[in-house]
Design a protein. Structure first.
Lengths: 274, 316
C-alpha cells in the first residue's frame, strides 16, 4: 500500500491543531498492524498471560490473601472469648474454623461478576481468565491451608491456647497429621470458591431465574439424599463411611467435587457474554 | 489500504429483537472511524462481537485475518473501552492501570502518568467512589496508554465536562499522529468528533446506513452563509437540512452539490461556503432511512425535511 494516497487530515480541537499526513507518522514509531503480520515479539505467550491473570487477581492483595486470614484470625479470637467465658477442664471444640469458607463462596461470585468483565476489558480470552483465576484461588487455598496447619500445631503445643479451646485442631481432621488437614482445607476452599464462581456464571448467562432454579434443584437433590438415607435407616453406615474414609479420603472426594464444579463453570463460562 | 477488520453479514438476534442485522463492512488500518447511530442502534453489540466479548448469531468476523473468539494473539492487539466498564471490588485506578500494564504489549507508562495528571484523576480512591466523569477518565486513560493496534471507544466521555472532553480529543490526536493506529470512536456528540474522524460508519436499527469518508459524506451537502435574502434565494427548490440565523446573517445546509456556475453565482451574491455540520447530515440520513423503511415514500421524505427546518429554527 502506498502512503502517498492517504489524505491529509487536519484537525482543530480546542485551539490545538494537529496535522497528520500519511508519511510523517510512519516515520515516527508506527504500531505495526498489518493483516499478514505474525504476532509481534512483544506479544506475550499464553502461559505468561495466565500468570499475569494470577498477578491481576493479586493486584489487590486483600481479596485472596489478607481477608481470608483476617477472617480466620477473627474467628479464633471470637471462639477463644467464648471458650474463656465457658471455661472447662476437658477439651472444647468449635466450628469457627469454617468461617473463611463462606468468604470464598463470595470471592468466587465476585471473581466472576466483577473481575471477569474487567478481564474482558484487558483483552483476555475466557480460557486465560479462567485458568489464571483458578490458579490464583489455588494459591490462596494453599496459603490458607498452611495457616491452618500452623494454627493447629500451635493449638496442639499450647494445649488449646492454655484454656483447652480448640478451633482448628479437630481430632478427626488431624487423624492423618498435617497433610490430611492441609488437603481437607485446600479442597474445601476450592470447592466453595468454584461453587460461587459457577453460580455467578449461571447468573451471567441465564439470569436470576436460572440461579434460583439451580439453587432449588440443589436443595431438592440434598433433601432427596437425606430422605433416602433416613428411610433406609442408613445414617450409621454413612457416618461409618466417613470415619473409615479419613481426612485424605474426604479431601479426595471434595477435590473431585471441585473438579466437577470447575468443569461445569468452564463449560458455562465459555459461551458467556460480557 | 489494508483492512484490519473484515465483517460479513454479521447478525445478532436476541429472543425478540434483532440487535445487529446483516452488517458488512471493513475497517482499514491507521484511521480514525466515527461509529455513529442512535441509542440502541447496535453500536455496542457490534463492538462487543468484534472484540469477542459477545457472539454473533450468524455472519463472519475477521480481525487481522483471523477469527477473534478465544484468540489471544488477536485479542491482545485490541482494546475495547466500554462506557459502563466494571472493575473488581475495591480496585483503585492505580490497580486498574497496573493491570493494564500487564496485558497490553504497547502500554506506555509515562503517557499514562501524564494523562492521570492531565485529568487530575485521584489514583488511590476506590473506583466505586469516583464520580461518573472520573470513571470515564479511567477508561479513557487505559484506552489511550494501551496503544493497542485497534482501539474501540464506546461513548468514552460520559460525565466528562467540556474541558476534559477537549483534553481527550487533543491527546488522542497528538498520540495518533505519533503512533498511528486504528481507532473506532462511537459517539453521540457528532459535531464534537467531526474533525477527528476520517471515516464514518452509521448504523440504525442494526443496519449499516453509511460507510464513507467524512469528506465524501460532507460532500453530499452544502452550507452557505451570508445575507438572509441571498441564502433564501439559493435554497429554493433544494432540500434543506439545517438553517441558522443571527440578525440578517443566515446559514443554511442543503442536500446536493453546486455546479461551478452556481458556485460563482453564490460567490457574487456574497455567500460563503462553510463546513457542513455533520450532525445535521447524520440526523437527516437516519430520519430518511426510517421513513423509507416504513414504506411511506417521497412525500414523507419532504415531510422530514420540513420537520428538520422547524426543529432547527426552533433551536436558533
Amino acid at each position: 500500500m502506498t502512503t502517498a494516497s492517504r489524505t491529509t487530515t487536519s484537525t482543530a480541537t480546542g485551539g490545538t491543531t494537529v496535522t497528520t499526513t500519511g508519511d510523517a507518522p510512519r516515520a515516527a514509531d508506527p504500531i505495526r498492524a498489518r493483516a499478514a503480520d505474525p504476532p509481534t515479539g512483544r506479544t506475550a505467550s499464553t502461559g505468561s498471560r495466565i500468570l499475569n491473570v494470577v498477578r491481576l487477581q493479586f493486584v489487590n492483595r486483600y481479596t485472596f490473601l489478607w481477608i481470608p486470614l483476617i477472617i480466620i484470625v477473627s474467628a479464633v479470637i471470637l471462639s477463644l472469648a467464648i471458650y474463656w467465658m465457658i471455661g472447662s477442664d476437658s477439651p472444647m471444640y468449635g466450628g469457627g474454623g469454617q468461617a473463611p469458607l463462606w468468604y470464598y463462596l463470595v470471592a468466587g461470585i465476585q471473581a466472576m461478576s466483577l473481575t471477569f468483565p474487567f478481564s474482558q476489558a484487558m483483552s483476555l480470552t475466557r480460557r486465560e481468565f479462567f485458568l489464571g483465576t483458578v490458579l490464583a484461588a489455588a494459591i490462596s487455598a494453599v496459603v490458607l491451608a498452611a495457616f491452618y496447619v500452623l494454627l493447629g500445631l500451635l493449638e496442639q503445643a499450647t494445649s488449646g491456647y492454655g484454656i483447652n479451646g480448640y478451633i482448628v485442631y479437630l481430632p478427626w481432621v488431624w487423624e492423618s497429621g498435617w497433610v490430611g488437614t492441609a488437603a481437607v482445607v485446600a479442597a474445601l476452599t476450592m470447592f466453595f470458591f468454584l461453587t460461587g464462581f459457577w453460580f455467578a456464571t449461571i447468573y451471567r448467562r441465564a439470569g436470576t431465574i436460572a440461579v434460583t432454579l439451580a439453587t432449588v434443584g440443589l436443595a431438592v437433590v440434598l433433601l432427596a439424599a437425606i430422605f433416602v438415607i433416613t428411610r433406609m435407616e442408613a445414617w450409621m453406615s454413612v457416618l461409618e463411611f466417613f470415619t473409615t474414609l479419613g481426612p485424605l479420603g474426604l479431601a479426595g472426594i471434595l477435590g473431585g467435587l471441585a473438579v466437577v464444579v470447575g468443569t461445569a463453570s468452564w463449560v458455562t463460562l465459555r459461551r458467556s457474554m460480557h | 489500504m489494508t483492512a484490519v477488520i473484515d465483517v460479513e453479514n454479521l447478525t445478532k438476534r436476541y429472543r425478540s429483537t434483532t440487535a445487529v442485522d446483516d452488517l458488512s463492512f471493513r475497517i482499514e488500518e491507521h484511521a480514525i472511524y466515527g461509529f455513529l447511530g442512535s441509542n440502541g442502534a447496535g453500536k455496542t453489540t457490534t463492538m462487543s462481537m468484534l472484540t469477542a466479548q459477545n457472539f454473533p448469531t450468524s455472519g463472519s468476523i475477521r480481525v487481522f485475518g483471523e477469527q477473534p473468539y478465544e484468540n489471544a494473539r488477536i485479542l491482545s492487539r485490541m482494546c475495547f473501552v466500554r462506557e459502563s466498564q466494571k472493575y473488581p471490588d475495591d480496585f483503585t485506578p492505580q490497580h486498574a492501570f497496573h493491570s493494564a500494564r500487564l496485558f497490553f504489549p504497547h502500554w506506555d507508562e509515562d503517557f499514562a502518568q501524564s494523562l492521570i495528571s492531565d485529568f487530575r484523576l485521584p489514583v488511590r480512591t476506590t473506583i466505586k467512589k469516583l464520580s461518573r466523569g472520573q470513571l470515564s477518565a479511567v477508561g479513557v486513560i487505559i484506552g489511550l496508554a494501551a496503544r493497542a493496534e485497534i482501539t474501540f471507544f464506546d461513548e468514552p466521555y460520559l460525565g466528562l465536562d467540556a474541558v476534559a472532553r477537549t483534553l481527550f480529543y487533543d491527546r488522542l490526536m497528538e498520540d495518533y499522529a505519533e503512533h498511528p493506529r486504528t481507532i473506532v470512536l462511537s459517539s453521540h456528540l457528532i459535531d464534537e468528533i467531526a474533525d477527528l474522524i476520517e471515516r464514518v460508519l452509521i448504523i440504525d436499527d442494526g443496519r449499516l446506513l453509511v460507510d464513507e469518508t467524512t469528506d465524501d459524506l460532507r460532500g453530499q451537502a452544502v452550507t452557505l452563509t451570508g445575507s438572509a435574502d441571498q441564502v433564501d434565494r439559493f435554497i429554493v427548490g433544494r432540500e434543506l437540512l439545517h438553517r441558522q440565523s443571527l440578525g440578517n446573517v443566515s446559514s443554511a445546509t442543503v442536500l446536493g452539490t453546486l455546479s461551478d456556475a452556481e458556485l460563482t453565482d453564490a460567490r457574487e451574491a456574497g455567500l460563503e461556503r462553510t463546513p457542513v455540520p455533520l450532525q445535521q447530515l447524520v440526523v437527516h440520513l437516519t430520519q430518511k432511512n426510517r421513513n423509507g423503511s416504513s414504506g411511506t415514500g417521497s412525500g414523507a421524505e419532504s415531510g422530514a425535511g420540513t420537520r428538520s427546518i422547524e426543529s432547527s429554527e426552533a433551536r436558533t
